[in-house]
Design a protein around this ligand. Structure first.
Ligand SMILES: Cc1cc2nc3c(=O)[nH]c(=O)nc-3n(C[C@H](O)[C@H](O)[C@H](O)COP(=O)(O)OP(=O)(O)OC[C@H]3O[C@@H](n4cnc5c(N)ncnc54)[C@H](O)[C@@H]3O)c2cc1C
Ligand SMILES: NC(=O)c1ccc[n+]([C@@H]2O[C@H](COP(=O)([O-])OP(=O)(O)OC[C@H]3O[C@@H](n4cnc5c(N)ncnc54)[C@H](OP(=O)(O)O)[C@@H]3O)[C@@H](O)[C@H]2O)c1
Ligand SMILES: Cc1cc2nc3c(=O)[nH]c(=O)nc-3n(C[C@H](O)[C@H](O)[C@H](O)COP(=O)(O)O)c2cc1C
Length: 619
């Protein structure tokens, strides 16, 4: 008996349909749908030979693409892969990992996971529940699954791409078959992701037809592009104002009520204490959480870029969601216009034929390219390669979406209801003959009119930077520079709770006279007993550098005693050097004052981590 054709199969000769630009989809959704349709109709005119039939069958082969992403990079890649999957003839569905049930993960036969790593080798928030599930007694057998994992991370962190590795290994333990070795991307993730994908497509195409498990079912239509917009309300968005849901995608227009410089006049630094009103938002947070801020770009830089492009700013372009707007607005609000993204560098090199840049793009020249890019922004890149002309539309298509920045909240909600305080180091430097400004820190410090300009904000829950449950537990806080921020919150919180546990703070900055952030407050907390001990390390008050880790070593015996009394240790601030050096000092303290061998000290510190007694919020 002849089998009915699948309803998704096109009739030969049909033109490839295209989603109209007026359809209610974002650019990403439209690209994905068009990719899917292109894949579906790609060989619609091929006669129905047996080969063509088998290709047509593949067009209906499901592919589940899932992501774990905190700040959007892995999510963006997952959606791009899904768009490509459509072009390769698969029927992709995209979900955050925590939506594993809606995605019908347990029955999937082909799965791609793209996940970043946060905390100390942890999955991002929108993948944490999935990781728990994978390790629970409910975890399914995955003998029917063929999968591949791409990790995003940063080599500056000790557990590089830790979450990607954990997912990859666990899926294998549960019976899944790995299609290609795990990809591990550093911050410049594009080239590695591209290479991984190129290796993956042929392997995916060789996979047999999907198992007959009902892979696509339930509340799930056959093609979906789920995003954070679909996610259910978080605890932050329900309390107080249940009708409103403010999050990363829909930030609350906060009001800046205080903007105070914390450094003295002779300081080389500009660190601000900012107070933002959350009134009317329904946003709540806990000490240890961060606040996300969605900035706009510096208008002066936008003008410089327009002039460099030879544009007026009135030219019509699309924002990353596909909405029409003029170039000026797009550069001001939607796209990242400082550091040159790899696709733009590539395009500029190719169009200009600039031999120096072309040479730097060779695979073995990555280090040299990074050095060349140091301090260069998009204006520098375009000016240096004058003959690279782009239409406004082409140009913005090569840019990355402007991303929010996170700031550790410096206040306790118990001490300051409906307010979030921040401690922000304003990034300003000079490079290649032009002054440079950090996008978000300068947006906050320079361009927000108090009680007037809205500051788009959301709460970023911390998963792993929390005070101990018991108020009697001693805590040791190590936070040089802006690393002080969450410790101000911790101290306020413990005082508000009447917690009796002793609190020890290590703070450092450049000069005592000019950079002793929150000096009076800390003095008052010491005097009032809410702060038990304060160690300071001012690095530039003497010939040799003195850092917080020097103070840890000086007080190794007491540090060890606090540890043995069950103290929790917290580190906040610079991830690149400080956090590593402090980690090394902690190991040394355990060895020297605790009389442990190196291996025993490693084990001791590892146990502190496992017991959540050593937590870090580093950036
Ligand atoms: C969880 C978390 C918590 C955070 N908490 C805080 C906080 O409490 N306080 C705080 O101030 N920041 C905090 N940050 C950092 C913050 O999110 C921003 O990264 C920071 O404010 C810089 O953002 P920006 O937009 O101003 O600068 P950007 O425009 O992003 O520019 C920063 C970049 O400029 C370049 N750069 C900076 N200085 C120089 C230089 N001298 N020479 C050459 N290049 C240079 C570097 O590439 C740097 O990455 C936190 C980050 C995270 C992830
Ligand atoms: N690119 C980087 O490597 C880097 C590193 C840190 C901070 N930053 C940026 O600088 C801005 C200001 O940051 P911030 O105010 O939070 O303070 P910070 O620059 O981190 O400095 C705070 C204190 O930490 C000291 N310090 C430097 N290296 C250290 C180390 N290895 N171990 C311990 N302490 C160390 C600094 O000393 P000295 O300055 O005298 O050395 C200073 O006294 C931020 O925008 C941050 O992003 C950049
Ligand atoms: C606070 C913080 C912690 C991080 N921890 C790690 C880590 O432990 N290992 C790692 O490889 N990368 C780590 N990263 C880097 C991120 O994984 C990386 O920036 C990634 O591209 C973010 O992707 P996302 O936007 O999809 O979340 C960390 C980044 C931040 C800001």
């Amino acid at each position: 008996m002849p089998q009915p054709k699948p309803t998704t199969e096109p009739s030969p000769g049909l033109p490839v349909p295209c989603i109209p630009s007026t359809a209610p989809f974002t650019t990403e959704q439209r690209a994905w749908l068009n990719g899917y349709l292109a894949g579906l109709f790609a060989d619609a005119n091929v006669p129905e030979t047996s080969n063509a039939r088998s290709r047509d069958d593949r067009k209906t082969e499901p592919l589940l693409v899932m992501f774990g992403s905190q700040t959007g990079a892995a999510e963006g890649l997952a959606k791009r892969f899904a768009a490509e999957a459509g072009q390769h003839g698969f029927a992709p569905r995209v979900f955050p990992l925590n939506d594993y049930q809606k995605a019908n993960f347990a029955n999937a036969s082909r799965l791609l996971i793209v996940s970043s790593t946060w905390g100390d080798g942890d999955p991002p928030d929108n993948a944490a529940a999935f990781w728990q599930f994978l390790n629970s007694a409910d975890a399914p057998k995955l003998d029917h699954l063929q999968y591949a994992v791409l990790g995003l991370g940063d080599r500056n962190y000790s557990d590089f791409c830790g979450a990607g590795r954990k997912f990859d290994e666990r899926l294998e333990q549960l019976g899944g078959r790995r299609l290609v070795p795990r990809g591990e991307c550093d911050v410049d993730y594009e080239p590695t992701a591209k290479k991984w994908m190129e290796e993956l497509w042929p392997k995916l195409k060789k996979t047999g037809p999907a198992s007959r498990l009902p892979e696509i079912q339930g509340d799930d239509s056959s093609i979906e592009m789920r995003t954070e917009l679909d996610a259910g309300p978080s605890r932050h968005e329900t309390d107080g104002a249940p009708a409103l849901r403010y999050n990363r995608i829909n930030p609350f227009p906060g009001r800046l009520v205080v903007n105070r410089k914390l450094n003295g006049p002779d300081s080389a630094k500009d660190t601000r204490h900012l107070e933002i009103s959350l009134e009317g938002s329904g946003l709540i947070y806990e000490a240890g959480d961060a606040l996300g801020v969605m900035p706009t770009n510096c208008p002066v830089l936008v003008e410089e870029l327009l002039a460099t492009l030879g544009c007026k700013g009135e030219e019509a372009v699309a924002d990353p969601a596909g909405n029409a707007l003029n170039l000026h607005e797009a550069l001001l609000r939607c796209y990242a216009i400082t550091q040159p993204p790899p696709p733009l560098i590539q395009a500029v090199a190719e169009r200009s034929g600039n031999s120096q840049l072309l040479a730097l793009l060779a695979a073995d020249k990555k280090g040299e390219l990074d050095r060349w890019l140091q301090g260069r922004d998009i204006v520098d890149l375009l000016r240096g390669c004058g003959s690279a002309a782009f239409s406004p539309g082409e140009f913005v298509a090569l840019l990355r979406k402007l991303q929010p920045r996170l700031y550790s909240i410096a206040s306790s909600p118990k001490a300051h209801p409906a307010e979030a305080h921040l401690t922000v180091a304003v990034v300003r430097f000079e490079a290649h003959g032009r002054p440079r400004k950090g996008v978000c820190s300068c947006f906050l410090a320079d361009r927000i009119v108090l009680n007037d300009t809205p500051v788009p904000i959301f709460v970023q829950t911390s998963h792993g930077f929390r005070l101990p449950a018991g108020g009697d537990t001693p805590i040791i806080m190590i936070g040089p520079g802006t690393g002080i921020a969450p410790f101000r919150a911790f101290l306020e919180e413990r005082r508000a709770l009447g917690a009796k546990g002793p609190n020890w703070l290590f703070f450092g900055d450049q000069r005592r006279a000019a950079d002793f952030l929150y000096r009076e407050e800390l003095g008052a907390l010491l005097a009032g007993g809410a702060l038990t001990r304060l160690e300071t390390a001012f690095s530039r008050d003497q010939a040799e550098k003195i850092y917080v880790q020097h103070r840890m070593r000086e007080h190794a015996r007491e540090f060890w005693e606090w540890l043995e009394r069950g103290a929790h240790v917290y580190v906040c601030g610079d991830a690149k050097k400080m956090a590593k050096d402090v980690d090394a000092a902690l190991h040394e303290v355990v060895q020297s004052a605790g009389g442990r061998t190196k291996d025993q000290a490693d084990e001791y510190v590892q146990r502190l981590k496992t017991d959540k007694r050593y937590q870090r919020d580093v950036y």
